[in-house]
Design a protein around this ligand. Structure first.
Ligand code: ADP
Ligand code: MG
Length: 375
């Protein structure tokens, strides 16, 4: 799981890339090719390409009750993002994996000048799509949000917050670029606090971390996972904060609980690791809203709705009811765009005369109801 097969990047052709991109755009429904049909992309039989891509585990073929379909695998999605980032000349080569989290894989990569960078592949809700078997489930699936979508919004959120925080002088890695579920950022030189057994000035570090929690809150946000694994300690004993997908707003109904939990994490860690106890620690009442990051973050394309879906997946949702009540409406621009793309791609993939095939019905009825101008 999660292993990156880099040689694949050199081996696969632009046709492979096109087909994978097409399947990716259909990420909320299984991609189907009617059996026996000859579907041509770039003058090549898609069937053959699809089979090849399955062999390389970039696609998987899944059997359902009513139809079978191709799906992008984790590896296929990785491939698309890495290919995009390398054609943008953001990354030039790959190094070692340095971290495996619950929800991510971390690699060291290099830019074109050989400088190290960190690549974080977000991996969320990996099991959701297995339930996808029929059209009815397709809707349920959409509402629960598929793993591609969740991984992508997790990365989008992380990148947006990292940008906003970095601009305001917070000690976070410098964000470099993002594509799909992949975030590229500065490599922090140092160790996670979890691996640090001695610091020269324990009190100074404690104060700095508590100040950071308050500074975050003064900007309207709570890190939500402010612990020794998400705090890197540099040589000069200055901390750098990482890992942002679970960040919550100070206006979240449970904001105080999240705030207190971050504070308690640091208190407990300092007591256990350094035998340090301070009578001082910040409280939620200490915060004075100076500047709210949320506005900037939502301007970057990360919407409230996406955040709700992500927080629901991470178990930090405000209330399920609210999300459920929105299930049947597609208000989100991104969502509509996604449906449009699905049509375009389907039209491109299917040759004239093959469109009458009814197997693509899981896509078409969705679309006609939202974009009446389609033929
Ligand atoms: P997760 O969400 O899976 O916890 P993190 O962003 O916390 O992912 O990263 C996991 C681990 O990878 C971290 O504990 C740290 O050791 C390493 N890591 C992540 N980002 C960086 C970075 N920018 N520089 C150096 N190490 C990093
Ligand atoms: Mg982490």
């Amino acid at each position: 799981m999660g292993k990156l097969n880099v040689s694949m990047l050199r081996y696969l052709t632009s046709e492979d890339f096109r087909v994978l991109t097409a399947v990716n755009r259909l990420d909320r429904s299984p991609f189907q090719v009617p059996s026996g049909a000859t579907v041509i992309v770039c003058g090549l039989s898609v069937h053959k390409l699809l089979k090849e891509l399955c062999k390389h585990k970039l696609l998987s073929y899944e059997r359902g009750k009513h139809y079978d379909g191709y799906r992008l695998t984790n590896q296929g999605y990785d491939y698309l993002a890495l290919k995009t980032l390398s054609s943008r000349k953001v990354i030039a080569s790959f190094g070692n994996q340095i971290g495996v989290g619950k929800e991510s894989n971390i690699y060291v990569v290099e830019d074109c000048d050989g400088n190290p960078l960190v690549l974080k592949l977000h991996r969320l809700g990996r099991t959701c799509f297995r339930n996808l078997k029929e059209k009815r489930d397709y809707h349920a699936h959409r509402n629960k949000a598929g793993w591609l979508y969740l991984s992508r919004i997790s990365a989008t959120k992380e990148f947006a917050y990292m940008n906003a925080l970095y601009d305001r002088g917070f000690p976070v890695p410098k964000p470099v670029d993002i594509n799909r579920h992949c975030v590229i950022m500065e490599l922090v030189k140092g160790d996670p606090l979890s691996r640090v057994s001695h610091v020269n000035n324990v009190e100074a570090l404690y104060d700095e971390l508590m100040d950071l929690i308050v500074r975050f809150a003064n900007h309207g946000v709570i890190h939500g996972d402010f612990n020794e694994f998400n705090l890197m300690l540099q040589e000069d004993e200055r901390p750098v904060v990482i890992d942002f997908p679970q960040m919550v707003s100070t206006s979240h109904p449970n904001a105080q609980t999240f705030f207190d939990r971050d504070v308690t994490c640091i208190k407990d860690f300092f007591r256990k690791r350094f035998g340090y106890e301070s009578s001082l620690h910040p409280t939620f009442d200490d915060i004075s809203r100076e500047d709210i990051l949320d506005v900037e973050v939502s301007a970057s394309g990360f919407t409230k709705r996406m955040d709700k879906e992500l927080l629901a997946q991470l178990g930090l949702d405000e209330s399920d009811e609210e999300l459920d009540s929105e299930d049947d409406t597609v208000e989100d621009k991104d969502e509509i765009e996604n449906l449009r793309e699905q049509v375009d791609v389907t039209m491109n993939l299917y040759n004239e005369g093959e469109r009458k095939d009814s197997t693509s019905e899981s896509i078409k009825p969705e679309v006609t109801s939202h974009s009446g101008s389609e033929e």
